[in-house]
Design a protein around this ligand. Structure first.
Ligand SMILES: Cc1cc2nc3c(=O)[nH]c(=O)nc-3n(C[C@H](O)[C@H](O)[C@H](O)COP(=O)(O)OP(=O)(O)OC[C@H]3O[C@@H](n4cnc5c(N)ncnc54)[C@H](O)[C@@H]3O)c2cc1C
Length: 330
């Protein structure tokens, strides 16, 4: 079959890999310039900052199998981090029970390596999908050309985008659109900090309590990163929701203050950047693996499906959901 996949994050790339290996002709449309999605690494003159997903864990046997292959290929590695919970400068050990993994040399490197050999049309946003006989046409806008072009026809179309972005595209399949519209994804303000001198903090990452921040991480402590004192800080879900429409300058000022308060360090950064994720994580996923209509040959996958796990919104959900959908397509 000739199959279009919308979204080159982990879910889209996982399903594309599997379908291509089964002999299908697969085209992946991605609105950004590179595959990765929320497995995102911002390149700066100081090196990369993982400003989306921070690390991942592996619970299911099938995901553990993938992880073993990625580690063998050098695309992922274990992050042996000292993690704590932090309240107003005071810390205590936390999160010891789990093993954590990261993409190498950045989170997005894993998705890029997986996407190697796939036909990914980057910088192309799918605006609409419509029936064409018993096939599908896509209306696609490229960053470089302001008018939409028609792509297809495709025998099947798979959506691998956050729920809020999937819902309007799913207009031709109201039952799926309704399920996507029922999901609310939590936003996240993210701050990236580069320091010239060490902060001398005795931990690599911390869940922050009683703060505008929910998580901070010494990004440069992850394997394969450039040396230096680079930190990523995520605002709490509550603060991100309340301040979603703040000017970036204002959010940056507030979060930098919170970083100093939480760590107790007065060292000033030489680099500060801020990013707003409107759709970051999924508090309550759909319980199934994915959605698939075998008659219309349209499907949906992503981290907003539990896919056999407890909870959603994680790297492992995205991979398992993408693979489950590919298995149904056959
Ligand atoms: C701040 C933050 C922190 C996180 N921390 C963790 C963590 O520590 N551990 C963990 O396991 N997970 C974490 N996550 C979640 C993890 O990143 C996601 O679960 C996973 O990356 C989702 O993959 P996905 O393929 O489902 O979606 P995405 O990665 O969102 O991929 C969707 C892709 O579709 C593209 N797209 C959207 N609309 C269109 C369109 N119309 N046309 C073409 N392309 C389109 C997007 O550009 C994107 O590349 C975090 C996420 C964020 C944002």
């Amino acid at each position: 079959m000739h199959i279009a996949i919308i979204g080159a994050g982990l879910a889209g790339v996982s399903s594309a890999q599997r379908l291509q290996a089964q002999g299908h002709s697969v085209v992946v449309y991605e609105k950004s310039w590179r595959p990765g999605g929320r497995m995102s690494t911002r390149q700066t003159e100081l090196g990369g900052f993982d400003h989306g997903a921070q690390y991942f864990t592996a619970r299911s046997p099938s995901f553990k199998k993938h992880l073993a292959q990625w580690r063998k290929a050098g695309w992922a590695a274990r992050w042996e981090a000292k993690l704590v919970s932090l309240t107003a400068g005071k810390h205590k050990p936390a999160g010891r029970a789990q093993q954590r993994f990261v993409g190498v040399p950045g989170m997005n490197a894993l998705v890029r390596a997986m996407a190697d050999g796939l036909d990914v049309r980057a910088g192309q946003t799918v605006k609409r999908i419509e029936r064409f006989g018993d096939q599908w046409l896509l209306s696609v806008v490229a960053d470089t050309v302001p008018i939409a072009a028609t792509a297809g026809p495709f025998d099947a179309v798979l959506l691998a985008v956050p729920a809020e972005q999937a819902a309007p595209l799913l207009a031709p399949v109201p039952a799926f659109a309704k399920q996507a519209a029922a999901i609310t994804m939590a936003p996240c303000w993210t701050m990236m900090l580069g320091f010239q001198e060490s902060l001398d903090l005795p931990y690599d990452g911390a869940w922050v309590e009683q703060s505008r921040l929910g998580w901070i991480c010494r990004d440069s402590s992850k394997p394969g990163r450039r040396a230096g004192e680079h930190w990523v800080a995520h605002a709490s879900v509550a603060w991100s929701i309340e301040h979603l429409e703040d000017e970036p300058e204002r959010a940056r000022e507030k979060l930098l203050k919170a970083f100093h308060e939480a760590t107790g360090s007065a060292v000033q950064p030489v680099y500060v950047a801020i990013h707003r994720w409107r759709f970051a994580q999924v508090p309550a996923p759909l319980p199934q693996d994915c959605l698939w209509d075998a008659k219309l040959r349209i499907g949906v996958c992503g981290d907003w499906f539990a896919a056999g796990l407890e909870g959603g919104g994680k790297v492992e959900n995205a991979v398992l959901s993408g693979e489950a959908l590919a298995a149904l397509v056959g």
